[in-house]
Design a protein around this ligand. Structure first.
Ligand SMILES: *Cc1c(COP(=O)(O)O)cnc(C)c1O
Length: 411
């Protein structure tokens, strides 16, 4: 009897031609020559555009769609996304610069995140971006800076909700967080903002990330609408903008399947209609990072050596956790699982061997694939990790062990 192991969701977004994976319509072997060195990340423009179109087709037409830059801040990619989405969400002055450089209107850029420094707040106000207030300190700081700059700050209040999006079976309950102002304190925060003569027409309620369960996302959205209506009512204030957060996940690991979008779209349409009956001029938006860009990217590393240790085969590559921490299992995962991996220049080979793919770092954590069934790879072959368009290069400890940096291309 053989137990069936859970499989990775099929990676059908990249074609293969003559046994070679194509990224942006270019064979990955040719792309490696064009880039000039491995390892590198490659992001596929057509897939990025296609993903936004697919999302729009499934969501209410009046729902705004924002891209959260922290998922992938590569300037060329953000420029591409800026033409497709309705807003950019940033979480630092560095990201604010990338967003402004795209030409996105400043009022469509929102700046959230805890511990914003005085210079960051002042830069955002001077730019005319929307500052998402996360604490009472920030309320007083933006009032002072607005006065000093002679600019009325654009504001929204980020709420720490009293509930949380259930991701991958975990339920944590809305607890203590460094993000946003606790829902219970929101009325006092709105009073303080008004007392300082400022306008705060927006609420931002982000309840979680990386969920593959449509039911869980819909439940969190229902509670988000309820909370927003209640808070606006208590404050006796018109709600002009509501950022509903996001949380749409992508399948990384064996046994996971793509999120069902259609029910979420239908549910959002109902909720938005109900909101329009009590608050007709509220604009709603969602903010997504990995869902927009994660599946459009690959990480490509070259096999330096095949090595056998006590019967186990290792493919030692020039890439590793210093470029792709998430694939090594060290970016928030509780139990290490493999990302979907292929040998990019051997897509047609059906015979498999069980190998582990490791990087060049002197630590057992530098593991890109553990005992996976892959075609027999030789020195010089290209190992490709899928689902790598988000939380890749900039979410990795690039300086660890002083190896060369990975390059990034948009194709
Ligand atoms: C990180 C973040 C996101 C994006 O999360 P994804 O899981 O990449 O979609 C959205 N909103 C806020 C407030 C965030 O901090």
């Amino acid at each position: 009897m053989t137990a069936t192991l859970p499989l990775h969701a099929p990676q059908t977004q990249f074609a293969s031609v003559d046994g070679c994976l194509q990224v942006g319509g270019i064979a990955v072997t040719r792309l490696a020559q064009r880039v000039g060195s491995t390892p590198f990340y490659a992001y596929d423009r057509a897939l990025l555009s296609g993903r936004v179109a697919f999302l729009r087709a499934n969501m209410p037409s009046t729902l705004g769609l924002h891209y959260s830059i922290k998922a992938n801040p590569m300037p060329a990619l953000v420029q591409h996304m800026a033409a497709l989405v309705d807003g950019l969400d940033v979480a630092s002055a560095g990201e604010l610069k990338v967003a402004l450089d795209t030409g996105m209107q400043p009022e469509r850029i929102s700046f959230a995140g805890p511990g914003k420094r005085a210079t960051e707040l002042s830069q955002a106000i001077a730019a005319g971006a929307c500052v998402h207030i996360e604490s009472f300190r920030e309320i007083d700081a933006v009032a002072r800076m607005g006065d000093a700059l002679g600019v009325a700050p654009r504001l929204a209040l980020r709420i720490n909700p009293d509930f949380e999006l259930k991701s991958s079976g975990m339920r944590m309950g809305g607890g203590a967080k460094p993000f946003g102002i606790d829902a219970e304190q929101a009325p006092a925060a709105l009073r303080r903002i008004a007392a300082l003569g400022m306008d705060c027409p927006g609420l931002h309620i982000f309840s979680g990330s990386q969920s593959l369960k449509a039911e869980a996302i819909m439940e969190a959205q229902t509670r988000t609408f309820e909370l927003a209506v209640r808070l606006a009512g208590e404050a006796g204030q018109r709600l002009r903008r509501l950022n509903l957060g996001g949380g749409f996940g992508i399948p990384y690991f064996p046994g996971e399947a793509a999120l069902a979008l259609a029910p979420i779209g239908a549910h959002l349409a109902e909720q938005m209609e109900a909101l329009a009956r009590v608050s007709p001029d509220t604009c709603c938006a969602i903010e997504l990072g990995r869902y927009l860009v994660g599946e459009a990217g690959v990480y490509v590393a070259r096999v330096i050596e095949r090595k056998v240790s006590r019967g186990q085969t290792f493919l030692v590559t020039d890439g590793g956790l210093h470029h792709h921490l998430a694939a090594s299992g060290n970016f928030g995962q509780v139990i290490r699982k493999n990302y979907p991996v292929v040998i990019g220049n051997r897509m047609d080979e059906s015979e498999r061997e069980t190998v582990s793919v490791v990087g060049p770092l002197c630590t057992p954590l530098d593991l890109l694939a553990e005992r996976m069934a892959l075609p027999r790879a030789e020195e010089g072959d290209l190992v490709v990790l899928f689902q790598s368009g988000a939380y890749g290069l900039t979410a990795s400890p690039a300086a660890f062990l002083s190896h060369p940096a990975a390059l990034e291309v948009l194709v």
